[in-house]
Design a protein around this ligand. Sequence first.
Ligand code: DP6
Length: 327
Amino acid sequence: MNISGKARAHTNIALIKYWGKANEDLIIPMNNSLSVTLDKFYTETKVTFSPEYTKDTLILNGQEVNEEQAKKIYKFMDIVRERGNTSLHAYIDSVNYVPTAAGLASSASAYAALAAACNEALDLNMSDTDLSRLARRGSGSASRSIFGGFAEWEKGYDDKTSYAHSIDAQNWEDDLSMIFVVINNQSKKVSSRSGMSHTRDTSRFYQYWLDHVDEDIASVKQAIKQKDFKHLGEVIEENGLRMHATNLGAQPPFSYLVPESYEVMEIVHQCRKAGFPCYFTMDAGPNVKILVEKKNQQFILDALLKSFNKEQVIASDITHTGIEIIE
Ligand code: DP6
């Protein structure tokens, strides 16, 4: 007998970053983080368990992924099997819906969708909290993709206490959007996993990061409550830059940012000067994401399109939708 489940999960972008783990195996973070979930980018995953399968198989965007690349996923499936008390292997068919060549495929939506699909297939009846805890074991940021809107991942101190929940913003998210500026660069990629681990272990600035992140979380929550966009933006921009500064303090130092990233930051500054508030944030790569009020979105897009081409500039709403079962 085959048993299957299919789920959709959206990508999220952290406004207050998760950067560094307290426990590498369980993926317990050093600090709380807070994100928005995006409408435009998502993953759909169907998982089928069968006694006929002797191993797990991963198909990504129609192509079988080799054993080496899928190692992390298969390790995650061992956790699922333990949770579901089963020895069945699975056929995983996953499609990332991101604009082509944007390079925005995300482990957050991938593990959130996979966790939800497995929950459905194996009839595990997990709550959103438990799904968040499970998705976290695949990739930390996936814990937040179980929820729509604003979500906070509480760091906790063990597997049980480390999970995300949504933050009520009284529908403020409907007034906001995020613009992605996709910067194609050839430099060698440092994964978020190895970047944060190297920084946590060696950066002279890491303690400073930890000393300020709780204040940032509190300020952002206050700004959300008051629907204060300027306050929200100022805090998230500072927090993102501070995360990137920790990488410069690592030994040896490294940076994810390239000249075009700084060019976008400068455009954001110019837009603000012109009276259009908008704020940037960057993750483990050169792309820049800009948080803006929808009413000002067109002005910022026009400003960006003077320096970047249409394929590089993508705006997305923030979605209320968390995890969805689609079959
Ligand atoms: C910079 O969740 O990709 O995007 O838990 O090792 O899989 P692992 O890392 P991942 O890290 C995301 C880091 C970030 C900030 C964030 O999303 O909070």
